[in-house]
Ligand binder design. Structure first.
Ligand SMILES: [Zn+2]
Length: 457
């Protein structure tokens, strides 16, 4: 006898969409069954002909806990993730106090957050100029990758120069880890920012022009070359440009183990939103043109990306519109950069991809579950609908229409660039290791149901 049978589903995997049923036992998928085969189970969940996706993996989120819980915390951030269909959140080490840069801090963070999580979570380890000796220790604890910046970053975290990145990659390569980079060239952006200020261009077009595609391109191409030189596995974070994606694709075709993610906002919002609506749409790299959004989808479809992440970067209302940590916002360059999207990412990707562009749902199962799980060493437990995998399932009603409102967001700060967006296709039930954690936008499980997932391979 099984614990749960999810019946009447259209089961979506990276390979196919098939009518069938899924049997769950002890939190894992016990059997994937053909339509009509319905063994006994303690509980039956009727998928009503809707899609049943593998739980999505958010490869890039800032939950800000511990340290900046007034921006976001585990309770709110993982609840929002679960409602939205991300069953595993890979949490960033920065915007933590202290930033998670050694093995002791790994344990302290886990102790602080574990009783508050609704979704499963993994940790990115920190990679900063002075912690190279600590990388192996974090790897051994189960960090799935190491996050670094090749561009400007907030004062509580430091960027690497190319020399430091080279040494870090050599070290990470030795123990088989993966280095992840925010790729925007530091000097190019700093110069452009100064130039915009010199020219009095303190408007949103000035902000966009301060972070051109070439800044992203230069840093990405350099990281690809460093990856080739060192043999280190590399992940390129939040790619905003199809031209950058093309370079990554070419490196992949040469046989380099370079993975990359884009984000739902780069696949749906544009530079026009930044110009017209300002602060809530500020992020880095910035939003690009509609033509680039359309071309970026081609790289989702062809499998270049191992992740459609949220890059959930929450902040308070004041940090978008008034002041940050006591410093008054004088112009666009002072505004907090970041978009809150962990609750909306899946439905936005579904609407933009499967509804508007008629892309097969299998593409999303591949780019949001299977490929990220493989890239971050958790495949085998996460990322697929197969016997033995964790029963992380998301039922998506493809006909359900939605409008994202501030009140519907479970964040600490209920503000987002996605508020006001309308679309079709909504996660209506989220199961994590056999626990029904969310239904119809509401949490249905106890706090602490989410667990730390350590790297498997
Ligand atoms: Zn980020």
């Amino acid at each position: 006898m099984y614990d749960i049978l999810v019946n009447n589903g259209k089961i979506v995997t990276a390979d196919a969409v098939t009518a069938g049923n899924i049997a769950v036992k002890d939190g894992r998928i016990a059997a994937v069954l053909a339509e009509g085969i319905e063994p006994e189970a303690s509980r039956v969940i009727d998928a009503k002909g809707n899609y049943v996706f593998p739980g999505a993996i958010d490869t890039h989120a800032h939950l800000n806990d511990p340290g900046y819980e007034w921006r976001e915390d585990y309770e709110h951030g993982t609840a929002a993730a679960a409602v939205g269909g991300y069953t595993t959140v890979i949490d960033m080490p920065l915007q933590n106090e202290p930033a998670m840069t050694n093995a002791d801090l790994f344990d302290r963070k886990e102790e602080k957050v574990s009783s508050n999580a609704y979704a499963d979570y993994c940790f990115w380890g920190g990679l900063v100029p002075d912690n190279f000796e600590d990388l192996k220790g974090m790897h051994d604890k189960g960090c799935v990758a190491f996050k670094s910046f090749i561009g400007p970053v907030s004062p509580d975290y430091s960027s690497l120069n190319y020399g430091q990145a080279y040494e870090a990659m050599q070290r990470i390569k030795e123990f088989g880890g993966r280095a992840g980079f925010h790729c925007e060239d530091y000097s190019l952006i700093k110069w452009q920012e100064a130039r915009m200020k010199r020219e009095g261009r303190l408007d949103w077009q000035g902000f966009l022009d301060s972070r051109p595609v070439i800044a992203e391109m230069v840093a990405t191409v350099d990281m690809i070359e460093l990856a080739k030189a060192t043999g280190c596995k590399v992940h390129i974070c939040h790619v905003s440009s199809p031209d950058v994606a093309q370079k990554i694709k070419e490196a992949q075709q040469e046989g380099c183990d370079i993975t990359a993610e884009t984000c739902s906002h780069y696949l749906s919002l544009t530079d026009k939103d930044v110009i017209e609506n300002g602060p809530l749409f500020k992020c880095a790299p910035p939003l690009r043109s509609q033509e680039e959004v359309d071309r970026l989808w081609k790289y989702v479809e062809d499998g270049t990306f191992s992740g459609i992440a949220s890059d959930h970067s929450p902040c308070s209302y004041d940090e978008k519109f008034k002041e940050i940590l006591g410093n008054k916002i004088e112009n666009v360059f002072d505004v907090w950069g970041g978009i809150s999207g962990i609750q909306s990412g899946f439905q936005v990707a579904f609407n933009e991809g499967c509804v508007k562009r008629d892309i097969c749902p299998s593409v999303l199962a591949d780019s949001m579950a299977r490929r990220p799980a493989k890239a971050f060493g958790i495949y085998g437990r996460k990322g697929d609908i197969k016997p033995g995998f964790d029963a992380d399932l998301v039922i998506v009603d493809p006909e359900r229409e939605w409008e994202i409102t501030g009140e519907s967001l479970l964040y600490v700060n209920k503000i987002s660039a996605f508020a006001g967006m309308k679309g079709k296709g909504l996660p209506v039930c989220t199961m994590i290791r056999g626990n029904v954690v969310a239904e119809d936008g509401k949490i249905t499980a106890e706090k602490g149901v989410g667990e730390l997932i350590r790297r498997l391979s």
